[in-house]
Design a protein around this ligand. Structure first.
Ligand SMILES: [Fe+2]
Ligand SMILES: [Fe+2]
Length: 210
């Protein structure tokens, strides 16, 4: 498989996603995907990149096509039309339960494990006095997950099933997701100050390993 560049993924994302929060979500999930890949023993640079691209692209169609009828389906179509590799398209497709696309490969399981939990830990950071992701303890994320009223848009079944399918106890997964955000915290507004606007260009730098 010829892997498209990170810049190509950023171009697709920004073409369809004007809003800053969703651009930040893309970078955050990219960082989590790369960390999950690394922590599961993958060392191949091209594979790490591919996992990251899935994270960056998984919601690229969401702002334009937010309904369950369209989101993910339209995105998969667009990626296919543009010649993106099928493994990336399939993994993107598997991140929502309602597509019923079975998650078989580790990369497909990882995007389910990464997506909602990455958003959730960000919400946990923003209610702390310091507003820094580095200050969020694992236990407080676990506690918040049990509070129905907190970040209620995060469907908890995605979080629990994500951890199950990934095959890791939830606290260990939370720790990985938290750690993955720290190197990019400034860029995504989780380092005590609102993040800078993420422009179409330049492409934000690759996330460093935690
Ligand atoms: Fe989504
Ligand atoms: Fe997402």
């Amino acid at each position: 498989m010829v892997i498209p560049s990170r810049a190509a993924a950023w171009a697709v994302l920004t073409e369809f996603t004007p809003s800053q929060p969703l651009r930040r979500h893309a970078l955050a999930v990219e960082a989590t995907m790369r960390h999950l890949a690394r922590s599961s023993g993958l060392a191949d640079a091209a594979e790490l990149e591919t996992w990251g691209l899935v994270g960056m692209l998984h919601d690229f169609d969401y702002e334009r096509y937010p309904t369950e009828q369209d989101h993910v389906w339209r995105g998969m179509e667009i990626l296919r039309e543009r010649g993106w590799p099928e493994p990336i398209i399939r993994a993107v497709g598997g991140h929502a339960f309602y597509t019923n696309i079975e998650r078989r490969l580790p990369m497909e399981k990882a995007i389910l494990a990464a997506d909602e939990l990455t958003g959730f830990v960000g919400a946990c950071a923003l209610v702390r006095p310091t507003r820094r992701i580095a200050d969020v303890p694992v236990e407080s994320v676990i506690k918040r997950l049990k509070e129905k009223a907190f970040a209620r848009s995060v469907d908890r079944t995605y979080v629990t099933r994500g951890a199950e399918e990934w095959g890791m106890p939830l606290p260990a997964l939370v720790a990985l997701v938290l750690a993955a955000q720290v190197p990019i915290a400034g860029r995504i507004g989780l380092d005590g100050a609102p993040g800078p606007d993420l422009a179409d260009s330049p492409v934000p730098p690759e996330p460093a390993a935690p």
